[in-house]
Ligand binder design. Structure first.
Ligand SMILES: NC(=O)c1ccc[n+]([C@@H]2O[C@H](COP(=O)([O-])OP(=O)(O)OC[C@H]3O[C@@H](n4cnc5c(N)ncnc54)[C@H](OP(=O)(O)O)[C@@H]3O)[C@@H](O)[C@H]2O)c1
Length: 251
């Protein structure tokens, strides 16, 4: 942890087996913190648990698929029962697949929605009644700058990130009266397994640990939205208005 005053007693992170989720868990680690680490690759989560314990935290490992609402309900139940203290939940699991419109196959696009949107709902919804009862808590989602403008070839991914941003925009005022904070994180390009095979140029590509520090700071401040890097944030009005002719004709 790079700065003081970040006291999240209990932290649930989905997609903690790699990339941003893993780096965020390490960034938020501090003595006494309790983590719930969720992803499908259990070996990766077990290794992260050991690292977190080395920093004085404890961790529960859940090898679960965020698309499975029953499994995520059970994760929430066990997370609620374990320990006490203010609770932060970060719905970070995500996948990116091309639309492949030429194939006529809806499956890849449905899968993106299933993980990125339904997975977010499956992660956060079961925690909300408990947070409402406690009158505290913090819900966060890792969206994307891609959620601000549909991009050719990645329509489902962009739409899924717009969907989770919109979901958070609705949750925020609804849950404010219950003392629950709601944050949308919208990164630009970040080094991770997701971007490892991209062959195109990724402007302002950010190191994973640096991204995790920015996210942790935004969460500690209870920010409603965190768009980074700053160059992308500045460019957002332009990104939103990009004319169709400027974009590729990738399907
Ligand atoms: N990297 C970027 O440039 C970038 C930019 C903007 C937004 N984001 C967003 O950041 C988030 C994290 O991505 P990343 O860049 O860190 O990529 P990553 O390294 O590929 O991490 C994705 C994580 O999601 C988990 N996941 C995927 N499908 C899952 C499922 N069905 N159930 C449970 N967990 C699942 C993966 O774990 P398992 O495979 O072990 O299940 C993995 O831990 C994603 O939501 C992504 O859209 C990334």
């Amino acid at each position: 942890m790079s700065r003081g005053k970040r006291r999240f007693g209990k932290v649930l992170i989905t997609g903690a087996s790699s990339g941003i989720g893993r780096a965020l868990a390490l960034e938020l680690a501090e003595p006494g913190a309790l983590f719930a680490l969720v992803a499908r690759r259990k070996d990766r989560l077990d290794a992260l648990k050991v690292e977190l314990e080395g920093q004085g935290a404890t961790a529960l490992v859940f090898a679960a698929d965020v698309r499975d609402s029953a499994a995520m309900g059970e994760v929430a139940r066990q997370f609620i029962e374990a320990g006490d203290g203010p609770m932060l939940a970060v719905a970070n699991s995500g996948i990116s697949k091309g639309d492949a419109l030429h194939t006529g196959d809806p499956q890849p696009m449905n899968e993106v929605f299933s993980v990125n949107v339904q997975g977010t709902i499956n992660t956060l919804a079961p925690l909300i009644p408990h947070m409402m009862e406690r009158r505290e808590g913090h819900l966060a989602v890792v969206g994307s700058v891609a959620g601000f403008r549909g991009l050719p070839g990645k329509g489902a991914y962009c739409a899924s990130k717009a969907a989770v941003k919109t979901l958070m925009d609705a949750y925020r005022p609804a849950l404010r009266a219950y003392g629950i904070k709601v944050t949308t994180i919208a990164p630009g390009w970040v080094v991770s397994e997701m971007t490892a095979n991209n062959s195109f140029r990724m402007p302002f590509l950010m190191d994973t640990d640096r991204a995790a520090r920015i996210i942790a700071d935004a969460l500690a401040r209870g920010k409603r939205e965190c768009v980074f890097p700053w160059q992308m944030r500045l460019a957002l009005p332009l990104i939103r208005r990009l004319p169709d002719w400027i974009l590729s004709s990738r399907v």
